[in-house]
Design a protein around this ligand. Structure first.
Ligand SMILES: C[S@@+](CC[C@H](N)C(=O)[O-])C[C@H]1O[C@@H](n2cnc3c(N)ncnc32)[C@H](O)[C@@H]1O
Length: 532
C-alpha cells in the first residue's frame, strides 16, 4: 500500500503517548443548564491534543459520530503549530504561525504533524459501529485521504461527500471552486452500513406523490413497470382496463414476471393512466417510502451553504464578525441524521462556533432524542464567547438580530478547562488533589482501553473480560488503616466487594504475602503501574 511521508512523521507517530494526561476542571460559571441539568453535554476549552487525552478515560469506545472541521491549511488561516514535539526538525516550527505557501514550503508537513496524533486519539473514541466525518477542501484532501488510510485503514473508507458550499458562481480561479469534501471513515464499514440511517424525504421530494384518484391508501406515484434489456419471462402481453393489449416498449422488458404483475394488479397497485389505456406503472405509496440511502452529493438546497452559515451566526449574535468560518447547522444535522440515533454521543474537537452542538440540540428537539455532544475549542475567546454562548442561546432562547424572540430548544452543557498540571507530577506521583473518581477513570481505561461509565463509590470499579478491577486510593474504605486503606492488607482485602475469579488490585503497597496468590490477585502498585 502506498504511504505518505513528510518531515517530522517519525517524531509524531508516537506523540499521542507522550502527551500528559490532564484533568477536566469544570467551570460552573460558564456552564449552562436548562431545568437544572446539563444533559451530559461538554464544552472543553483547550488544545484538542490535550483535551482528547483527558477525555479518553471517560469516553474511549463510546462515540458514535465524530465530526471535525480542522484548519484547511489554505495559507490564509494563520493557524499555529504548537505541539510540544521534541524533534529538531519540528522544534523550529513551534509557536510559528503557518502562513502563505510561498513563505513556508513546509506548511503541509506541519499540517500533517498536527493532524496525525489527533486522528490517532480520535480513533480510540469510536464505537464499533461509529464513523468519523472530516470537512476538508482541495488544499489538503489528498494528504488527508492518505493519512486517514494510514490511521483508520484503507478498508475503513466509506465515502468522500461533496458539499456544494456556494450557490453563486465563483470566478476567481481558472475553474470556479464551489465545493468542499466531507470524508467519512467507519470503524467497521459493514456495521456502519447496517446502522446508518436513511434520510427522510423532504417536502419537495414528497410533492411527487399525489392522489389523483382519491386512493384511500393516500398519496402515491407510479413507477413505470419496465426495465432495460430482454428477459424472456418478463416479455408477456398486458391487457389494460380499456381492453387494449400492450407489450414492453422497444428494447425493454417488464420489470416483473407475470405472476407478480397479476398479484400487484389484484391488489390495485397497477395504474394504467387516467383513461385506463396507458402502459402499466406500479403504485408506490408515500407511507411506504423508508427514506433515501444517503449519497455523496450534498447540494446547498438540502444542507445549506457558507452564506447561510454566516447569517445564522450573525442572527444569533447580532454582529457580522462573530465567527468567520462556520458551517451551516443543516450540514451538521445531515451528518447527525445519517450517523446517529437518539441517545448517541457526538464529538467535535475543532468546534469553532459550536455548530455541532447547535445541530445536536436541534435534532433532539425534532425527534425527541437525547443525543449528547462533546465540543473542544482551543481559543479561549471563541470557546467562551462564541462556542458556549451560541449553544447557551440555542438551548435557552434568545432575541435574534431582527429583535424577534427565538424559543430555546432545551439542554445544557458543562464547560471545562484543562488542568494546568497533569494527573502525574514530574516525579511520577499522583497529584495531591486528584479525586478517587478521577483516578478510577484512568485506572479503568489503562486496564481495559474503554471509557469508564460506572459510578465510583466503590473500590470495585467493575469487571472486564472476567477480571475484577479494584482501586484503593484516597481512603475509599476510610477506616481500614494502614494509610486509610490504600495499602492492600488481609483486613482490607476482606472488606472489598468479592469477585470469584482473577482480581487486579491497584494500591500503594501489598502486604498480603502469599495469600495474594491464593486469592488470584494481580497486584499493581500505584502510581508506578499507571504512569504512561
Ligand atoms: C474551521 S473552524 C471550525 C468551524 C466549525 N465547524 C463551525 O461550524 O463553526 C476550526 C476551529 O478549530 C479551532 N482549533 C484549531 N486548532 C485547534 C486545536 N488544536 N484544538 C482545538 N481547537 C482548535 C480553531 O480555533 C477554530 O475555531
Amino acid at each position: 500500500m502506498p504511504t505518505l511521508n513528510w518531515i517530522g512523521k517519525e517524531a509524531v507517530i508516537r506523540h499521542h503517548q507522550e502527551v500528559p494526561t490532564r484533568l477536566l476542571d469544570p467551570v460552573p460559571a460558564l456552564s449552562c443548564s436548562t431545568g437544572g441539568h446539563d444533559d451530559g453535554n461538554l464544552i472543553v476549552q483547550g488544545d484538542n491534543l490535550h483535551a482528547l487525552k483527558a477525555l479518553l478515560p471517560r469516553y474511549a469506545g463510546q462515540v458514535k459520530c465524530i465530526y471535525i472541521d480542522p484548519p484547511y491549511n489554505t495559507g490564509n488561516e494563520g493557524w499555529v503549530y504548537n505541539d510540544n514535539v521534541n524533534s529538531p526538525e519540528i522544534r523550529r516550527w513551534l509557536g510559528e504561525v503557518v502562513g502563505k505557501e510561498g513563505e513556508t514550503l513546509d506548511r503541509h508537513d506541519r499540517w500533517l504533524c498536527m493532524m496525525y496524533p489527533r486522528l490517532v486519539l480520535l480513533k480510540q473514541f469510536l464505537r464499533e459501529d461509529g464513523a468519523i466525518f472530516v470537512s476538508i477542501d482541495d488544499n489538503e484532501v489528498a494528504c488527508l485521504r492518505l493519512l486517514m488510510d494510514e490511521v483508520f485503514g484503507v478498508s475503513c473508507f466509506v465515502a468522500s461527500n461533496v458539499w456544494q458550499k456556494r450557490y453563486s458562481r465563483e470566478n476567481r480561479g481558472a475553474i470556479g471552486d464551489v465545493h468542499e469534501y466531507i470524508v467519512v471513515y467507519a470503524k467497521q464499514p459493514d456495521l456502519f452500513q447496517d446502522v446508518r440511517n436513511r434520510l427522510p424525504i423532504d417536502a419537495k421530494q414528497a410533492a411527487v406523490y399525489k392522489n389523483p384518484n382519491n386512493d384511500p391508501r393516500g398519496r402515491w406515484r407510479g413507477i413505470p413497470m419496465t426495465a432495460q434489456g430482454y428477459r424472456p419471462n418478463q416479455m408477456y402481453e398486458v391487457e389494460t382496463p380499456s381492453g387494449k393489449k400492450v407489450q414492453p416498449p422497444e428494447g425493454r422488458c417488464w420489470s416483473t414476471i407475470e405472476a407478480e404483475f397479476l398479484k400487484l394488479k389484484a391488489e390495485g397497485r397497477v395504474y394504467f393512466g387516467k383513461t385506463g389505456t396507458s402502459q402499466p406503472s406500479i403504485i408506490r405509496y408515500l407511507s411506504e417510502v423508508e427514506g433515501f440511502v444517503p449519497w455523496t452529493w450534498w447540494p446547498h438546497e438540502e444542507v445549506g451553504h457558507t452564506d447561510e452559515a454566516r447569517k445564522e451566526v450573525q442572527s444569533l449574535f447580532g454582529t457580522q464578525t462573530a465567527f468567520d468560518t462556520p458551517k451551516p447547522t443543516r450540514l451538521l444535522q445531515r451528518v447527525i441524521q445519517i450517523a446517529t440515533n437518539p441517545g448517541d454521543l457526538i464529538l467535535d474537537s475543532f468546534a469553532g462556533s459550536g455548530t455541532t452542538g447547535h445541530a445536536v440540540l436541534k435534532q433532539n428537539a425534532e425527534d425527541g432524542g437525547n443525543r449528547r455532544f462533546i465540543l473542544v475549542e482551543m481559543d479561549e475567546h471563541i470557546a467562551r464567547n462564541i462556542t458556549a454562548e451560541r449553544v447557551r442561546r440555542v438551548a435557552q432562547g434568545y432575541t435574534n438580530a431582527k429583535g424577534e424572540r427565538v424559543d430555546g430548544l432545551g439542554g445544557g452543557f458543562q464547560y471545562c478547562r484543562l488542568s494546568a498540571e497533569p494527573l502525574f507530577a514530574p516525579d511520577g506521583q499522583v497529584r495531591g488533589d486528584v479525586t478517587f473518581a478521577q483516578l478510577a477513570e484512568f485506572v479503568w481505561f489503562s486496564e481495559t482501553g474503554t471509557g469508564f461509565t460506572a459510578t465510583t463509590n466503590s473500590p470495585l470499579l467493575g469487571t472486564h473480560e472476567g477480571r475484577a478491577i479494584y482501586l484503593l486510593y484516597n481512603g475509599i474504605l476510610n477506616d481500614l488503616a494502614p494509610d486509610s486503606g490504600n495499602v492492600l492488607t488481609g483486613p482490607v482485602y476482606d472488606a472489598l466487594p468479592p469477585h470469584d475469579g482473577p482480581k487486579i488490585i491497584y494500591a500503594a503497597a501489598n502486604r498480603m504475602g502469599r495469600r495474594a496468590q491464593r486469592e488470584d490477585i494481580i497486584f499493581k502498585q500505584t502510581p508506578y503501574a499507571l504512569e504512561g
